[in-house]
Design a protein around this ligand. Structure first.
Ligand code: GLY
Ligand code: MN
Ligand code: MN
Length: 461
């Protein structure tokens, strides 16, 4: 579907005029030093490569779309290069008219219109002043009118062929980055060097990291921020990295591999368990299946594997029922992905937990980021993991709650493995498309078979 077709679909769902905003760049420290501009995802869904500080009015009474762009100035031309004329932009976007965004308030103040908050707070303030709506991008209940959010979400959740082509391309670039990081891993290498290699590969093809690249031997920190460690033999590297293309579409992939030799016995057992959970969850994907049930399948496989290792006690079903598996797998199996890494998360649980579904209150499962019935065209991640988090394993409350279901002394031993560095954690994350016949794994080419992730790293310094 082209951008104009998407706009037509949105228009047909509207009861009132809708004003969308691209947002503008955000200042780093002083106003003229800016972070790279990244347009609002919904705006990117309806307009290809939108200009900063633009807006678009959808008027269902006339069926017309008007794009509002900044006036072209001499300063622009001198400092950043001349911008295309309004007429060229009208033709490029195939909209009905282009008008100056500076005069938007004068043109629209008499209209009763809906609008959405965007991440750029300056633009959201402008939207609030224009409409009087109580908008706040940080509060999903205040991003915009629920029926508008639902219309947009129903479109964005199911990807068309153009979107999938973009996502396949980001998967291809992510493959190159992950394989290079694996190959360059060896005892003595700094995490920062590997993170730089990953981000550099993204950059050489015009992409950016879709989120701060997570590369750490401290895999038990789910979203570890720093890259301060030096790899040692016996470590497991966790790389959670994806790229975002100029179109806005992205990937989100996690792979893990051992440093300085094959996995230890414990490492291999945990790796096999996580990989099996990843494969079992992927095998469960098909239209009509509830995502929460995909999560449960991953939890069950993790519980089964950890019970075989002696870390958990009881049947896998009983362990998942009580939530004991979450001592080692304390997050959800994944999330939608597309223009946002956590696609549509800003719209909140009313679109991702629809129809009165609510989040579990259980430790771990409460982090499940969506509970939709899967449908053809949906893209989401499948990312089970097993982690040895000292703060969990030493939690008096969890020890009391799962006194009979967790082998706490064995778990404690994992904290002392690898010369006292601890086991860390393992996650295996793929980006998956739900097709009529089941899952298509968009990131399937990125090595995850145990033999491959053991063979690719340099085995000695
Ligand atoms: N990379 C963030 C996540 O996996 O959700
Ligand atoms: Mn993810
Ligand atoms: Mn990830």
């Amino acid at each position: 579907m082209g951008f104009a077709d998407r706009r037509k679909r949105l228009m047909s769902s509207l009861k009132r005029p809708l004003l969308l905003w691209s947002g503008g760049p955000i200042s780093r420290n002083y106003p003229h030093n800016l972070f790279p501009y990244r347009a609002d995802s919904t705006f990117m869904y309806f307009f290809e490569r939108p200009e900063p500080n633009s807006a678009a009015l959808f008027d269902p009474a006339t069926g017309k779309v008007t794009l509002y762009l900044p006036e072209r100035t001499l300063d622009d031309a001198v400092w950043h290069g001349e911008l295309a004329t309004f007429e060229a932009e009208r033709a490029r976007h195939d909209v009905d008219a282009v008008r100056p965004v500076e005069r938007l308030e004068d043109a629209l103040k008499a209209l009763k219109l809906d609008t959405l908050a965007v991440s750029d707070a300056r633009t959201t303030r402008r939207a609030r002043a224009l409409t009087g709506a109580d908008l706040d991008f940080d509060d999903p209940l205040k991003v915009g009118p629920l029926e508008v959010l639902e219309s947009i979400a129903s479109m964005r959740l199911r990807k068309d062929s153009a979107e999938l082509a973009q996502m396949r391309e980001t998967a291809r670039i992510t493959l190159a980055a992950h394989v290079e990081a694996m190959k360059d891993s060896a005892p003595g290498v700094h995490e920062q060097e590997l993170a730089g290699i990953v981000d550099g590969i993204f950059s050489t093809v015009g992409c950016v990291p879709a989120y701060g690249t997570i590369l750490s031997v401290r895999g038990e920190i789910l979203h570890a921020r720093g890259h301060d460690n030096v790899l040692q033999a016996g470590d497991i590297v966790l790389l959670d990295a994806g790229c975002e293309a100029p179109s806005g579409y992205c990937s989100d992939v996690t792979r893990c591999w051992p440093v300085g030799g094959p996995f230890t016995a414990e490492g291999g057992d945990v790796y096999d368990t996580v990989l099996q959970a990843n494969l079992d969850a992927i095998a469960a994907v098909k239209p009509g299946v509830r995502y929460r049930d995909v999560h449960r399948i991953a939890c069950r496989t993790v519980a089964d594997g950890l019970a075989q290792m002696g870390l958990l006690k009881g049947s896998p079903d009983a362990l998942v029922e009580s939530g004991a598996h979450a001592v080692f797998f304390p997050h959800g199996v994944g999330h939608p992905i597309g223009l946002d890494v956590h696609d549509l998360e800003a719209f909140g649980d009313h679109v991702l937990y629809p129809g009165g579904r609510t989040r579990s209150t259980q430790f771990g499962t409460r982090y499940l980021r969506m509970d939709l019935d899967l449908a053809e065209g949906m893209t989401f991640t499948i990312e089970p993991g097993v982690y040895f988090v000292p703060q969990i394993i030493r939690s008096a409350a969890l020890r009391a709650q799962f006194a009979d279901q967790v082998n706490w002394s064995l778990a404690e031993k994992f904290l002392g493995l690898n010369g006292g560095r601890g086991f860390g954690g393992i996650r295996i994350e793929d980006d998956v498309l739900c097709t009529a016949s089941g899952a298509e794994v968009l990131t399937v080419a990125i090595p995850k078979a145990r033999a491959e992730v053991e063979a690719l790293p340099l085995l000695a310094s």
